[in-house]
Design a protein around this ligand. Structure first.
Ligand code: SD4
Length: 341
């Protein structure tokens, strides 16, 4: 492990202190390593609690696909979080959600611009498993979700989103904030610091059989144009899994992740022999080169896991953290290395 990385290792007990609402129930991690290599990593500090949801599946020998769905569902259900229906709306005041999921056999599913559904990740999985398609958007995605038995939630903003939207309406300027996730503009959630301000969670898992899967779910950039999609629901941009090579996922300025088909690029770089962190770094460098001086206005971050179970991450700017849970090290929040000094 590079010495520059600062590790924050927390026990399951101290993670209980992070608990917010019913979704953040503490899970006792096994005291002995589980046979094989279960591992889950996810973006930002909210990943710590989400990883526990995934760990419930992985620690019982469950499938990586089930783990990455269960893990991000924890965050989607969080009332006080920007991921899911608690997130910031588009500029018309409507929350629209994007999500995708991919398994170890190149099966994938996605929904985008989905309204009033609490668990877009589960709808994405249904698209994967129960339709001949990969992606459903907007009204069609919602119709499918309802037909599959997902309840329609009320169309209303969370108190925090309502407040943020009213504030935004004063200028109506679309100006994404670098590291909004860690800006502290919302209530701090616990001893790891940071703020409950995430609009996205991406998660990658490897199960005891060595199979990889990934998920990504978001309310997208706050106050975006109506109909705007970012990288998060796009297989190859926000998420990609090739079981023989590795898995990667992105968070940050979606437009710039899309420009380089980010997650797929990271996986292809691993295929060429780069370790996960080096592959993430090379992808970030590609974006920085494209953006030039404007790179300082954005944040882009990648996480990756190789088929051998190594993990790594890299960000354009300081301030990105990712959460890791494995049988050996228990829970860690790792401050990712970054390019712009
Ligand atoms: C998007 N990539 O919609 C998402 C936003 C994000 O941290 O990841 N923010 O562009």
């Amino acid at each position: 492990m590079p010495t520059r990385r600062k590790f924050l290792t927390t026990s399951a007990a101290s993670l209980a202190a992070l608990a917010v609402g019913p979704s953040a129930e503490a899970v006792a991690l096994p005291t002995r390593p589980v046979v094989g290599k279960p591992l889950v990593i996810s973006t930002w500090d909210t990943g710590l609690v989400a990883n526990l949801g995934a760990w419930k599946v992985l620690s019982k020998g469950g499938r990586a696909l089930d783990a990455v769905e269960a893990g991000v569902m924890v965050t989607e259900a969080e009332q006080n979080c920007c991921v899911g229906l608690g997130g910031n709306p588009d500029r018309d005041g409507i929350v629209t959600l994007d999500a995708c999921i991919m398994d170890e056999q190149f099966n994938c599913g996605s929904v985008a611009a989905l309204e009033r559904i609490k668990h877009p990740i589960s709808v994405a999985r249904r698209v994967m498993e129960r339709t001949p398609h990969v992606m459903l958007v907007g009204e069609g995605a919602q119709q499918f979700a309802v037909a599959q038995g997902f309840p329609l939630e009320p169309q209303q903003l969370s108190p925090d989103a309502e407040k943020a939207y009213r504030e935004w309406l004063k200028t109506s300027q679309y100006k994404p904030i670098v590291n909004i996730e860690n800006s502290g503009s919302k209530k701090p959630v616990g001893p790891v610091g940071g703020a409950n301000n995430h609009d996205t969670i991406a998660m990658l898992a490897q199960d005891a059989r060595g199979n990889l899967s990934g998920s990504c779910t978001t309310s997208g950039m706050g106050f975006k144009m109506r109909g705007r999609l970012g990288d998060s629901p796009l297989i190859g941009s926000g998420l990609y899994v090739d079981n023989a090579v590795g898995a990667a996922a992105a968070t940050g300025q979606g437009e710039d992740v899309i420009r380089i088909a980010g997650a797929h690029t990271v996986v292809e770089l691993m295929r060429q022999g780069l370790a996960p962190k080096a592959a993430c770094k090379a992808a970030v460098e590609r974006i920085a080169k494209i953006k030039g001086a404007k790179a300082r206005d954005i944040q882009v971050c990648f996480i990756a896991v190789s088929s051998q179970g190594q993990h790594g991450a890299f960000a354009l700017q300081k301030g990105f953290s990712y959460a890791v849970c494995d049988a050996q090290n228990q829970q860690q929040l790792i401050q990712a290395d970054y390019l712009l000094r």
